[in-house]
Design a protein around this ligand. Sequence first.
Ligand code: KG4
Ligand code: ZN
Length: 347
Amino acid sequence: MAVKILGIESSCDETAAAICEAQGGKRAVLSNIVASSMDFHARFGGVIPEIASRAHLEAFAPVVKRALSSASLTLSDIDAVAVSAGPGLAGCLAVGASGAKGIALGAKKPFFALNHVIAHLAASEGEFGQIPENSAGLVVSGGHTTLFRLEKFPSRISVAGSTLDDAAGECFDKIGRLMGLPYPAGAAIDELAKKGDPFAIRVPQGLRGRRDHLFDFSFSGVKTSVARTIEEMREENMPLPVEDICASLAESVGEVLSRKAIEACRVFGSRVLVVGGGFSANSQLRGKLKAKAEEAGVELRIPSLPLCTDNGAMVSLLGADLLEGGISPSSLGAPIDSSMSLDIASL
Ligand code: KG4
Ligand code: ZN
């Protein structure tokens, strides 16, 4: 029997709600509504938690209503309510989680408090179907850069490696700021990089080839190195070759991410690599992953752009996996967890 799951997301600046339908491993996204408060944060160069929480409060009800109406459904058609309960900004998570609990309680539906980072991997299921056993996963976002071994998604997963300092998205955003690009800079750097020379400037590839950190990443050295290059050019009154800097940065970061992800597939014997998170919208990374996966005979599953950045569909898809997998719903007393462990899919 087909089941429909309402998924709600509010861990950072996006208030999002979506409905997916699941039946025996098949998935269909019926609606996917996102409202962002980024315009309010851009002028501060980072997400301001208090502003984001207030924006969630205002957007929550209209976004959920639109997710239902655009799928031509009412709450009585829904089989479960899922929400991102962590990791993320505590005040933001609290708005979505409280709202989702209220809906679940009022409509008498099972409730799932889910892991936002693991939901980024479930996003791929909207287009590719369920993640097969023994896959590898890479989540690259503004807050996380993590490689996963997915023995049986989502109940048996483990972290194989992670960034030791900045996330890839964070690194792009910080360098973008130095070059005067608006926050968040990821998409702008991507566009500028298309017109530059990827080998114009030397950018380090943190922890590449390090046997003791085979699946770990480090991007703080990348940031320092590019910042120094920019500083030196400015001291010498040179015009900043912004396109070349962006291209060289994207080349270096894309190379280290794609190499380690494919290496993880080789070590785990995985035939499928699932990728997710806002940074996986990056066209240089996508190109490199595609080429390396083809060469290694690995099937690459990266969602289309709206499912890469934060959205409600990824939450409803992970909720569908848990519901269909017979995993017990969360208690309505489940807390939010702003630093939720990445080894568990639900609380
Ligand atoms: O997953 P996400 O929407 O939010 C978090 O959970 O962090 O990711 C946001 C991050 C930001 O750092 C943004 O700059 C980056 O994703 N991003 C990109 C691109 N589009 C968004 N980074 C590189 N290239 C892009 N095209
Ligand atoms: Zn995210």
